[in-house]
Design a protein around this ligand. Structure first.
Ligand code: AMP
Ligand code: ZN
Length: 115
């Protein structure tokens, strides 16, 4: 746990979030500023700063995140229509929270290319 990290605090239950799924490795909650009818954030419980900080020891973790993203998209009913799983990395990539997270967006037509 990194004491000044808002997502570590959500994972620790220290600040509230609408939790959609959790297990020993990850936690999934609603984004507080949703950009689509469904906008979930998938985070590892452990603090990883960015995609660039991943190591081969995290390969199973990332695979697990993708498996759960697909399962949640199915369970919430937007998988067949289509969805997007996005990771923003560093400033130009749009990252503002420095704890690795994946945006799971669905429920509307998502434009391409993204802004
Ligand atoms: P990013 O720009 O990829 O770093 O995305 C960070 C996301 O975290 C944004 O979509 C924010 O709306 C979201 N966010 C920040 N703080 C919270 C919070 N306390 N609960 C839920 N979502 C949050
Ligand atoms: Zn953190």
């Amino acid at each position: 746990m990194t004491s000044d990290c808002i997502f570590c605090k959500i994972a620790a239950g220290e600040i509230p979030a609408t939790i959609r799924y959790e297990d020993q490795e990850i936690i999934v909650f609603d984004d507080r500023q949703p950009q689509a009818p469904h906008h979930l954030l998938i985070i590892p419980r452990k603090h990883i700063r960015t995609t660039l900080d991943l190591t081969t020891a995290d390969n199973d973790l990332i695979g697990h995140i993708y498996q759960i993203a697909g399962k949640l998209a199915n369970d919430l009913g937007f998988a067949d229509d289509g969805f997007r799983l996005v990771n923003n990395c560093n400033e130009a990539g749009g990252q503002v929270v420095w704890h690795l997270h994946f945006h799971l967006l669905g429920g509307r037509d998502l434009g391409w290319p993204p802004g």
